[in-house]
Design a protein around this ligand. Structure first.
Ligand SMILES: [Zn+2]
Length: 291
């Protein structure tokens, strides 16, 4: 039986980057090589746009400034399709590798480029590899200063590459005062056995069978009675992407596992739950309340 749509409406988010720009592959592909590699982000993002159109779902696209510079038509297509345009920084450099000054310049520049190319206001930010955590809480002040209204840069889990397990599971104001400054909206997690279990997307969604992700997502909604953000990448819908040579088994599993199953699983996820642009789902939390 086809499941009925489950309320409340959740935030669907897409991190738009090339397959060779992900953090797990960074040790194997130099940044200077990027312009010489044959890009696939336009094609795979179109696959996402078509998938969302089939389900009549609007989402938030966190796009790299680098992608906007190389594929301005793609950014305009995202906006023309009714999706929210948001920033994923300039070149996928983790916040943990930047000084506050460098991060401010990066956050401002990506926003300026996206606004110029897309012709719309950019209000949301997602840090590369969820790299805002207890080591760099200053990053929220920087984002506030750069004009962003919300961030979705925290994954409250334990992980070797990212994660801030002590962070709240739901939206919070890093300023400590509700309504003051930027609001952080962490990716969805499920509390189990005293820990937060990742169910908000990425490699975990490809790792688990769909029935498990569906069960976890239903549990989260029942428990929290509020929406949660889910994320994925266009390169996860591109099973024929070139294989990067010489990478370790862990990286290989993380990046390539179940790529062929991804689109089918997303089809089911979009069918089984309600999805919307992030700024609309969380409109009541944003300072000016508009969406
Ligand atoms: Zn990313």
């Amino acid at each position: 039986m086809v499941a009925s749509v489950v309320k409340p409406c959740n935030a669907l988010t897409v991190d738009v980057e090339e397959y060779f720009q992900v953090a797990a592959l960074a040790p194997y592909i130099e940044r200077q090589q990027w312009d010489r590699l044959s890009g696939r982000v336009a094609e795979s993002t179109w696959r996402v746009l078509n998938l969302l159109a089939r389900h009549e779902v609007k989402a938030t696209f966190f796009v790299l400034g680098w992608v906007a510079q190389h594929h301005p038509d793609l950014v305009r297509a995202i906006v023309a399709s009714g999706h929210e345009l948001a920033s994923h920084g300039m070149e996928h450099i983790r916040v943990t590798q930047q000084s506050p000054e460098e991060f401010l310049a990066d956050a401002r520049r990506s926003r300026d480029i996206l606004e110029e190319v897309g012709g719309v206001a950019v209000r949301g930010y997602r840090a590369s590899t969820y790299s805002i955590g207890k080591r760099n809480p200053w990053a929220f002040d920087v984002l506030n200063g750069a004009g962003y209204k919300y961030s979705s840069s925290v994954y409250p889990i334990r992980h070797d590459l990212y994660g801030w397990p002590e962070a709240p599971r739901g939206p919070f104001w890093p300023s400590g005062v509700a309504g003051q400054g930027i609001v952080e909206i962490p990716v969805a997690t499920l509390p189990m056995g005293g820990r937060c279990f990742p169910c908000g997307g990425g490699g975990f969604f490809r790792l688990y069978p769909y029935w498990f992700s569906r069960w976890a997502w239903q549990r989260v909604q029942k428990l929290d009675e509020q929406p949660g953000p889910f994320y994925f990448h266009p390169w996860e819908l591109d099973p024929d992407q070139p294989r990067v040579a010489g990478i370790g088994w862990k990286t290989r599993v993380r990046h390539y596992l179940n790529l062929r199953r991804m689109e089918g699983r997303l089809d089911m996820l979009l069918r089984d739950f309600c999805w919307e642009r992030m700024e609309r789902v969380y409109a009541s939390l944003l300072r000016d309340g508009s969406a």
